[in-house]
Design a protein around this ligand. Sequence first.
Ligand SMILES: CCCC/C=C\CC(=O)SCCNC(=O)CCNC(=O)[C@H](O)C(C)(C)COP(=O)(O)OP(=O)(O)OC[C@H]1O[C@@H](n2cnc3c(N)ncnc32)[C@H](O)[C@@H]1OP(=O)(O)O
Length: 278
Amino acid sequence: MMHLNLLRLGACRVPSRLMSTKSTSVEINDKTGVAILSMCRPPVNSQNVQFLRDLKSSIYEIENNKSRGLILTSANSNVFSAGLDILEMYNADKEQLGTLWTELQNVWIALYGSGLPTAAAINGHAPAGGCLLATACEYRAMLPNCVIGLNETQLGIIAPKWLMSGYQNILPQRLAERALTQGRLFTTEEALKAGLIDEIVNSKEEALEKCLNFIGTFAKVNPLARSLTKLQFRAANIKEFEKIRQKDVEDFVSLASRPEVQKVMGDYLENLKKKSKK
Ligand SMILES: CCCC/C=C\CC(=O)SCCNC(=O)CCNC(=O)[C@H](O)C(C)(C)COP(=O)(O)OP(=O)(O)OC[C@H]1O[C@@H](n2cnc3c(N)ncnc32)[C@H](O)[C@@H]1OP(=O)(O)O
């Protein structure tokens, strides 16, 4: 009887810390049952194979533990995620490129296809793969003086359709096309104006609070009805992705291993290193 009461009170249903991997940590808010998934691969949460595998397993763990929602954020102070780890794409062989891309696909489908309410507390820059993660979520709160966007064309690579779908769900077609072809990074203020983010916040705490409030708006909605409705909106993108999944890996490998694309990546990396030494 006592055990039943405890369960009703939720006292042992939700642990305060669920799981950690090498590059992620998950905390459950005891009051709300919402999971905060923090990415922690310093300095910039660049997405290598291990990081992507950790992220995927944390997302599924949160989903399987029947949390009430998922908030994605960064444990680093000024970067949400710098996107794919260019060091793992530069001078990599075809097998390594294929594995990296497959893991990026796996994370995207885990997050984009999650039935839970999802929100991104963007407490730093979110270029490329960082923007991909943020736009796979349903809501975004972001700190000022940061950038977000899909800048792939600047690296000589093309964002395939599935990768653009979060962007396309949010931005008007004309703006999305222009931003993607330009490889544009939006400042926080521009992102709010364009509708790419929902709120500008002054601290990570405020970002988390806004995300919690967003997830709280579903408190009185039947979770199954909510989740199926969300997935109806996303079904066409998911179906299309599943159809081309393998070919998409082959296309990426073929593009990313071209000498001219490797050269752009090498130069880009060198510029990044020069900038960080200044
Ligand atoms: C078909 C293809 C579709 C492709 C889909 C996804 C592709 C990608 O995700 S490609 C990755 C694109 N990412 C970027 O263009 C971001 C590059 N980084 C930055 O612009 C800045 O680092 C950032 C604004 C995120 C943060 O700026 P700072 O806080 O000033 O940090 P630093 O620039 O000094 O960087 C610190 C340190 O990290 C290294 N770094 C940064 N980004 C990456 C990265 N993506 N991969 C690997 N390494 C990265 C940077 O070189 C510095 O290293 P050190 O010089 O050794 O300190």
